[in-house]
Write a protein that binds this ligand. Structure first.
Ligand code: KE4
Length: 427
């Protein structure tokens, strides 16, 4: 029964909360309603009415090779005929673990899970167990999935006990999470001076990709490393988004700061559900059944997901596309900012590896607080105008943009031409 897009959207909202299975897809942040996708190919999405979009969301960063890459499709075709999940050890998960250990400098041992949320939730349990401490520090605007301890917002003052950021999160849980502004070394030093001995771990997106794109200022990650070492807290890099995107070995390779644990997701699944957390053998052997910190998952490391993840990572290992990805993201973000400014619109942009971001403001954005002060109305108009002309940017000012190996110079040029037209037509 063909419901048509209107009918499909109506039915979706009757069947699923907000019509979606993850809030950001609902377009509520930019207004209007989402399109339904029929298929993806390379840098493109095609909606159910046949419209083509150049896609800069790329399944929120997972598809670094673009949509339906031949190597991923081939690996899935091969595996699916052999079964989708066995609930037993498989060669594919050994291969994926091997690749992660080889590509991520701080990882000697890894546990595969099904999402970034599971990865960070499990890494926090491990950090609390090995330090025998309950407090955890995160940064405002940092997103680490939706487990209770991370769904908190900073209290009234800075680093006061946090408040739940969602109904259903117990106050007692939220109170164990401390929140500081990103890139503020003074407040970091003060917190550790006063409470360092109580902090199990610090979870940080080493490059913030859930507040728009915000880079760490010189010395910030080094200071985080020094303070956590001094006070016996674990430093956890949440690289679910930055992994394999800001560099081949992630942010720890790019910035030369080695965390105690790292959480991964997105790229390592090639578009299928795979997350992971890893670190030294000493730490990871505390995880059941080697150790007594419990963690489990029916579909963790399943052969279909590891087939896609292995295919995508194998391509990255064998072709080393990182320089091209970096220049594509840089050309895109600087090109957009130049066009906007040429049209008299305040804009500031940045990129790192294959991630990029723009804010509608005329000064650098160094924290979530500053990101929130940028011009959201202009972002919304820009997003809608570009979407109408077939360019799909993330439907929220607080998301990072991505590029893939399929975003060639021609695709970037075509995108910048759309931005030129949108600015010249005015919104
Ligand atoms: P998932 O549970 O959504 O696989 O991963 C959670 C997560 C953890 N850590 C970081 C740094 C992340 O960016 C994410 C998920 N990112 C969002 C995009 N901002 C996923 C998109 C969505 O929520 O639908």
């Amino acid at each position: 029964m063909d419901l048509g897009v209107e009918g499909m959207w109506k039915r979706a909202q009757e069947l699923m909360p907000g019509g979606v299975n993850s809030p950001v897809r609902s377009f509520r942040s930019v207004g209007g309603k989402p399109f339904f996708v029929d298929r993806g190919q390379g840098p493109f999405l095609f909606d159910t009415e046949g419209r083509r979009y150049i896609d800069y969301v790329l399944s929120w960063g997972a598809l670094i090779l673009g949509h339906a890459h031949a190597s991923v499709v081939e690996a899935l075709n091969r595996q699916v005929r052999l079964g989708t999940s066995y609930g037993t050890p498989t060669p594919g998960e050994v291969e994926l673990a091997e690749r992660l250990v080889r590509m991520v400098p701080s990882v000697d041992m890894v546990r595969l899970v099904n999402s970034g949320t599971e990865a960070t939730m499990s890494a926090l349990r491990l950090a609390r167990a090995v330090t025998n401490r309950e407090y955890v520090l995160k940064f405002s605007g940092g997103y680490h999935g939706h487990s209770d301890s991370f769904l908190v917002s900073s209290g009234s003052g800075v680093a006061t006990l946090s408040l739940p950021d969602s109904p259903g999160v117990p106050k007692s849980t939220a109170a164990l999470t401390l929140v500081l502004p990103f890139n503020n070394i003074d407040l970091l030093r003060e917190l550790f001076k006063n409470n360092g001995s109580q902090i199990s771990s610090v979870f940080v997106e080493p490059v913030m990709g859930n507040s728009g794109l915000i880079l760490p200022e010189e010395g910030f990650l080094d200071e985080l490393r020094a303070l956590t070492t001094e006070h016996g807290s674990l430093l956890v890099f949440d690289e679910v988004m930055t992994g394999f995107r800001v560099a081949r070995g992630g942010a720890e390779e790019r910035f030369g700061v080695k965390p105690d644990l790292v959480t991964l997701g997105k790229v390592i699944g090639g578009g299928l559900p795979v997350g992971a957390f890893g670190g030294s053998r000493e730490l990871m052997e505390k995880i059941a059944p080697a150790g007594d910190v419990y963690q489990a998952g029916t579909l963790s490391g399943n052969p279909l997901a590891t087939a896609a993840g292995n295919a995508q990572l194998a391509y990255l290992q064998e072709n080393d596309p990182f320089a091209d990805l970096e220049s594509a993201a840089k050309n895109l973000s600087s090109g957009i900012v130049e066009i906007l400014k040429g049209g008299g619109i305040s804009a500031w942009g940045t990129s790192v590896g294959s991630m990029w971001g723009i804010f509608f403001t005329d000064s650098p954005v160094r924290s979530f607080e500053e990101a929130k002060a940028t011009d959201q109305e202009n972002f919304t108009k820009f997003h809608k105008a570009c979407l109408r002309k077939g360019v799909f940017f993330a439907p929220s000012a607080f998301e990072a943009g991505f590029v893939s190996t399929e975003h060639t110079e021609e695709i970037i040029d075509e995108t910048l031409e759309v931005v030129r037209v949108v600015v010249s037509e005015g919104w």
